[in-house]
Design a protein around this ligand. Sequence first.
Ligand SMILES: [Zn+2]
Length: 292
Amino acid sequence: MPYQYIAERDAKGHIIRPAGDYLEILAAGRMFNWASPYRRMCAKCRRPAMRGSESCWVHDPEYRKRRAQRAIESGDPSRIAKVPQRKHRAMMATIWRRDPWFNGRTVWLAPKLEEQFRRACADAALPVETVSPRTADNLRWQWRLYRLDENNWPGWELAVAKARRFEHRIGEAPPDWTYQPPGNAPPGVGSPVVVVTQKSPVRWRATQKRTPKMKAVLRKVAGPREGIASAEAIEQVEQFLFQHHKDLREVFQRLGKRADDPQVRAQVARAWASALCGEYAGYKALRLLQEE
Ligand SMILES: [Zn+2]
């Protein structure tokens, strides 16, 4: 009940004079830097502080530069990959502050997840095809948080309400704007767009077992690896490829002559099976095979 802390409002509802205890709460919050064991806040504003810094991303640009430099020097590929992602997100935030209808994205959801996300938006009476790209991108991150990371339904509700208010404020789309649906293929290797195909890795491993159907697919394409080429294994691979020949036709066309090599065929089968299980590594392997 926040209203008991407000002594006086004007006709429009703006606060003219907060009550005494409201000021006390503000003072206490400031004293503890708005902190809780779970949330450390920026020393200058109310955004969360970055790990290893006193301030948020707005108030400590020097720390962001140093962080990028350290990541590049570390040689750790997962840390290096974050550098262009952060840069891209900062750039999109700048563009979207001026023009929320600028078509762009910072996150890509796998087709199955994208469909679930689209339905969640429609259920919330905020169809993703009608909102600005800025809002759609925000909602994708929020939906991922709600559905895959934290299972936080109230958080999703709040995000939708906030998005609705924002859309109401910016009004209609410009006449030349059209909705650009995300493609079925993830953005290329090295793209700064974050790809989401499954739960966050640690929790996924802890909570999700492979279903019998996934196991069957993986067993089918287990061979032949380098050096192993039993007739039975080759036959299993061929059977699997035949089942999925429609989806893989383009891949084989691009492979050309190499498509006759049993080892390449097994690699394609393995990659496709893993992609079917929703693993990004599968998509990546397929793409790399085609580029060789
Ligand atoms: Zn700040």
